[in-house]
Design a binder for this molecule. Structure first.
Ligand code: ADP
Length: 143
């Protein structure tokens, strides 16, 4: 299995609900290794780049506003086959349809904003992970 590094963002709902440690503990329990960790405010520019695949959707302005409610915490995390494994640990985008035991199923919004307030972002492919790590971390910030 390939040793990969994925990019995770603890979104403002995770930060506001004091869930960062709880979710990070789930990742550490899997044996994944922290390679980079930082708190940062996301500008309109970085969000337009990061969410370019949804920029033309009617809900994009809401997502941008949500991602700017608080600073986020960016995490570069390493492990075997980690990109797919973290996506499985998260569950689907819509927290309401995410199974209990998944991060989004356990902690995501279960009301009208379940598709948006879903605790974490995680890279969905090796190509996306490489681009996203470059986007959120300077070279000297990943160890
Ligand atoms: P994922 O983060 O699961 O890979 P997408 O890349 O499709 O999902 O969407 C990026 C983010 O945009 C989601 O995590 C979520 O916060 C938000 N989002 C996606 N679809 C919707 C929607 N229909 N309504 C509101 N927000 C959405």
């Amino acid at each position: 299995m390939p040793l990969e590094t994925t990019l995770i963002l603890f979104k403002p709902d995770a930060v506001a609900k004091n869930l960062v440690g709880t979710v990070l503990a789930r990742f550490e329990k899997e044996g994944f290794k922290i390679r980079g960790l930082k708190m940062m405010k996301l500008s309109d520019e970085i969000l337009a780049e990061h969410y370019s695949h949804i920029a033309d959707k009617p809900f994009f302005p809401d997502v941008r506003g949500f991602m700017q409610e608080t600073p986020v915490i960016a995490l570069a995390l390493e492990g075997e086959d980690i990109i797919a494994k973290v996506r499985d640990l998260l569950g689907p985008t819509d927290s309401k349809t995410a199974a209990p035991g998944t991060i989004r199923g356990d902690f995501g919004d279960k009301t009208g904003e379940s598709k948006m307030r879903n605790i974490c972002h995680a890279s969905d492919s090796p190509e996306a992970a490489a681009a996203e790590i470059n986007r959120f971390f300077a070279p000297g910030e990943v160890f």
